[in-house]
Write a protein that binds this ligand. Structure first.
Ligand code: SF4
Length: 295
């Protein structure tokens, strides 16, 4: 067991790219916490931590992680805090840690939109260079069925506003989110949204059922029928082939995925589609994902 200089409120999640970052919990849980497919913070009541406690963590972590280059702000959506609170924390982080490459956070589009353009520029100037946005889908009908609380428009507007302030984005699309019925609309509209925003990083995860498929079916606002691996791959192929973006770093290497993919889009599009086609050709048509019950 690793020694940690602060006592984290568990469970603690961070993106894979933040594996070597110092993690500072500004809030606990998720301010929204109602998405049908997400169980990450169901055990937590959303709480804003006091600046005093956050300052203590910054002092302890900056001592412990001498030379660390990145800081990640947890939990689910630290961007829910007002710009003035965030700026106060960023100031503490910068004076405690010294030279950092970047500070990053998960963010909901609505919480980016609640900041003014000038506030976002100030946050960027204070080191907030990257935000992770779980877009999940670009199809409004499906976003409603999973109770995402965001729309195609709010997502595009929020992300463009961040980009205009110089903040880069890493965005996620959830393969299989709508099951068989909504698969094509999900793939095509998600690609359309990605084409509009051209993020720096794009990843796909696959829907999984940590509390069982029935739990998801009961939370889903429509008819959900689980897709086979081949159907999930067909959906992914339709999504990738509908993309028209420039220099987007694409990764599909989460434990939930049936196939590991990586490349730069759109340059590597044909190669990625070829790998998906091979997977489709070599998979029995009636097989379901083995990872369907993992988080
Ligand atoms: S997907 Fe994001 S916004 Fe939705 S409940 Fe989970 S952490 Fe909160």
């Amino acid at each position: 067991m690793f020694f940690m200089p602060v006592k984290y409120n568990e469970p603690l999640f961070r993106p894979p790219a933040e594996a070597y970052s110092a993690i500072i919990q500004l809030t606990l849980g998720c301010s929204y916490n109602k998405c049908a497919f997400c169980e990450m913070y169901k055990s937590k009541k959303f709480t804003v931590r006091s600046l005093e406690d956050v300052k203590k963590d910054i002092a302890a972590l900056s001592d412990y992680y001498s030379g660390v280059k990145k800081v990640f702000l947890a939990d689910g959506d630290a961007m829910v805090l007002s710009a003035s609170k965030l700026l106060g924390v960023l100031e503490e982080i910068n004076s405690g840690f010294g030279r950092l490459q970047r500070i990053s956070s998960y963010a909901l589009p609505s919480n980016i939109l609640s900041k003014t353009a000038d506030e976002l520029k100030l946050l960027r100037k204070s080191g907030l260079k990257l935000i992770y946005v779980g877009i999940e889908s670009g199809y409004d009908g499906l976003l409603r069925l999973v109770n995402k609380g965001e729309t195609y428009k709010s997502t595009v507007d929020g992300i463009k506003k961040a980009h205009d302030a110089g903040i880069e984005t890493s965005v996620m699309i959830l393969n299989g989110l709508g099951g068989k019925k909504y698969s094509a609309d999900h793939a095509v509209n998600s690609a359309k949204l990605i084409n509009e925003i051209n993020p720096k990083f794009l990843s796909t995860l696959t829907l999984s059922f940590p509390f069982g498929e029935n739990h998801y079916v009961n939370n889903f606002g429509g008819t959900y029928q689980q897709q086979t691996v081949v159907e999930l791959m067909e959906e992914l192929k339709l999504f990738i082939s509908s993309l028209d973006v420039k220099n987007v770093i694409f990764r599909s290497n989460h434990v939930s995925n049936n196939l590991n993919l990586a490349g730069i889009l759109s340059a590597d599009k044909e190669n990625i589609i070829k790998i998906i086609d091979e997977k489709i050709a070599n998979t029995p048509v009636d097989s379901f994902p083995v990872s369907s019950d993992i988080l």
